[in-house]
Design a protein around this ligand. Structure first.
Ligand code: AMP
Length: 306
């Protein structure tokens, strides 16, 4: 059982209606790894950082089970930097700045110890790098999950379509599903996107939950109405980490088990938004997690007597 996670390990500067941060720890692989650590003892990170990246962040990730053999530091380069501002409803955001920096030097060569992984999470990153990483496994992993965003649809659609054709599950948000398919209806969008290759599609709808599609089934998990929402950054990645971490732990990739995985992913995302950056994810206990999952179950379960 092992999970390789590709994605950014980054600095983020975030502004929400509740406050503003300077450069803090962020990145898709960071959030995915922290969320997955609630299910499996080790995650193998494949990413790149510059020499400005603090050692203490690496120590924290390792303390949460991250294997960082594939997290390479490149001297003389700066770490990937992203900054964004959220609108009042917190469901939409504008990217203020994306500095690729060290990502432009990313050599995706997989460490030998990563090559037999059976679960792979291709987190948000340049699709050419996602493709190059996927080609290096010794055998086709049991499950490959892909996350991406509008940024890559705008500037790298061709390699993105290629990588989409090679994965089992694609996770994107509703706006991105519409952009990728050219359809407003999410049902029509899902049909078109599934025809591009993936067997399953997850459409994340922020505070309105998430939809799981297969060719002939749809499943929906609501988002938990939360008392405190400070910062949605990383919610999508935390969802992906909870989803893949649970599937990796249970080793069952049926549609039935993916329904449970969507619930666990939603629970991970619900923690992420409660504080700025990775702060809340760093402090979840197993008890917190099981209580939260129960809240999700209670939220929409009802006995119906016809
Ligand atoms: P999410 O809120 O789940 O969509 O992910 C937010 C994280 O994605 C932040 O921590 C950023 O560092 C990272 N990020 C933002 N833009 C990009 C990009 N173009 N490529 C890869 N990662 C990105």
């Amino acid at each position: 059982m092992s999970l390789v996670i590709l994605g950014t390990v980054a600095f983020d500067a975030i502004e929400t209606p509740f406050g503003k941060t300077d450069k803090i720890l962020g990145g898709a692989a960071t959030y995915i790894s922290l969320a997955a650590s609630n299910f499996i003892p080790e995650t193998k990170i494949l990413s790149v950082i510059g020499d400005d990246f603090p050692e203490e962040y690496l120590t924290m990730l390792q303390s949460k089970g991250a294997n960082i053999e594939g997290l390479r530091r490149i001297a003389g380069e700066k770490t990937f930097f992203w900054s964004g501002v959220y609108h009042n409803d917190m469901n939409t955001r504008d990217t203020l700045d994306t500095q690729l920096n060290v990502l432009l030097k990313f050599n995706s060569s997989l460490p030998e110890s990563y090559k037999d992984a059976d679960f792979v999470m291709l987190g948000n990153l340049d699709p050419s790098i996602q493709l190059a990483a996927l080609e290096q496994f010794n055998q086709r992993p049991k499950l490959v999950v892909l996350d991406t965003m509008n940024f890559w649809m705008d500037i790298a659609l061709e390699p993105l379509v290629k990588v989409i054709s090679k994965v089992d599950v694609l996770t994107i948000n509703d706006e991105e599903a519409r952009q990728l398919s050219g359809e407003y209806s999410l049902v029509k969008a899902a049909r078109k996107i599934l025809a591009m290759g993936p067997k399953f599609l997850i459409i994340k709808k922020g505070e309105h939950g998430a939809l799981l599609f297969s060719e002939d089934e749809i499943f929906y998990v609501p988002a938990l109405p939360l008392e405190e929402v400070f910062d949605p950054t990383g919610a999508g990645d935390s969802f992906a980490g909870g989803f893949t971490g649970y599937l990796c732990k249970t080793r069952d990739i049926s549609f039935e088990n993916m329904k449970r995985a969507v619930l666990f992913g939603s629970a991970a995302a619900s923690f992420c938004v409660e504080k700025f950056g990775t702060e809340r994810l760093e402090s979840i206990t197993p008890e917190d997690f099981s209580n939260r999952v129960q809240e999700f179950v209670d939220l929409s379960q009802v006995e119906i007597d016809w």
